[in-house]
Design a protein around this ligand. Sequence first.
Ligand code: NAD
Ligand code: UGA
Length: 437
Amino acid sequence: METQAMQVAIIGTGYVGLTTGVCLAHLGAHVICCDVDERKVTLLKNGVVPIVEDGLAEVMQGAIDAGRLSFVVGNDPAVRTADVVFLCVPTPQDEDGSADLSYVRAAATEIGPILKPGAVVVNKSTVPVGSFGVVGETLDRDDVSVVSNPEFLREGTALHDFLNPDRVVIGSDDERAAQMVAALYAGLDTQFVFTDPTSAELIKYAANGFLAMKISFINSVAALCEHVGADIARVVEGIGSDRRIGSQFLQPGPGWGGSCFPKDSRALVSTAAQHGYDFSLMRGVIDINEQQYDRMVHKVMAAVGRDVSLDGVVVGALGLTFKAGTDDLRESPGLRVIDVLRARGATIQAYDPTTTGELNPIQRERLAGLNLKAGALDAAHGADVVVILTEWPEFTTLDLEKVASVMRGAAVVDCRNLLDGDLVRSAGLGYQGVGRS
Ligand code: NAD
Ligand code: UGA
């Protein structure tokens, strides 16, 4: 079937669902994006992208204007006419560390009876090995095929990543269904990895696990740099130029976070355990990451000369999201650090470029108790220590003399190695980076 003739329904219009819907419509399919969140759908119908994603609003408007993209509350009737239905619902972490499949099950239960004969259901949510079978059983339709098509986009660069993927993975036992899904991506210059559904599901977890491992590795090397007096930037340059290693995902920081690495790394350990394998390497990767948050807390304590309590200490926190370029606060390493600093008695005055306007309900809940400021200098005002937690580009051009003049104390802890330590020191401030000699 030609892409142009295909009707697509997207179940769940979040970071992945919205990007998928917008991009597939941009590539020629007719797409209806469905969500149970009325607030989100109302915004989208008015052409407003409810998340921070570079370039997405423009491409979305283009697809709407071309008559190929629309948004609805609920999945019926969009699913009844769809040739291909993408499941893009959440798969959060369950209490035991495994992936919670309840959203996937609920969506499959709902759409099973109303799918048109011969439809293809695509699992784009990140689901553990074997979930392909769970979706098939829940749909309970002999005439419907299930395909695993994991997504590798990063938040903040979602549009770019979707339209320029390193590969598109399609896992299916049904050749016709696999080709239908591949046709939706035909406009992309990429390679396809056709495989069985189990391998496709594992590819997704292995990719996220490997990337998390790279970061934990470099954070450990950064810790070693501090012990031996080496410079992590030079070490990264020296090892990253080896093409077998590669330079990406070797940026030391406050630990990895976000909506996926934390839950997916734990789910990988959990899947392995369920099948009788102790994935000790991955357990170590997670442990090292937990230690990294603590290491950042210790840097702040040392910077203000405290051992236990931070009573009376004012922290100017710069950056709240889990990384730059997104408004996503889920599992933000910066917030993990802030939580501990607060628990030890510190007062936090924080600035993030995505939290200066009206807060959405998630932001209101997660940021309760923080003194939110309108700019970086406001956050630094009266602070004993300024801590950089997210690598927003605007922090690289901070007026350091001004920062020094408004602070009560004179310490900067740069958890992202954004600043030039010598420049910070010449402004009269103390400087601590990560793995810098
Ligand atoms: P999200 O929370 O941003 O969006 C999920 C959406 O699904 C929400 O808008 C929610 O209202 C909606 N929803 C829930 N149940 C529904 C139902 N029954 N019918 C219709 N809509 C429903 O989630 P996300 O970040 O887009 O992640 C979705 C999946 O994609 C997860 O499995 C995640 O691991 C995976 N993934 C995420 C990313 C990422 O960068 N966020 C990247 C790759 C893969
Ligand atoms: C990550 C993967 O990169 C995507 O391929 C995947 O699709 C996605 O998870 C997912 O499954 O949801 P994302 O979470 O958006 O994407 O963000 P990343 O850019 O991977 O960053 C994750 C965390 O690692 C952030 O906290 C970031 O600051 C940190 N990080 C990243 C580092 O500390 N150092 C680096 O070199 C890279």
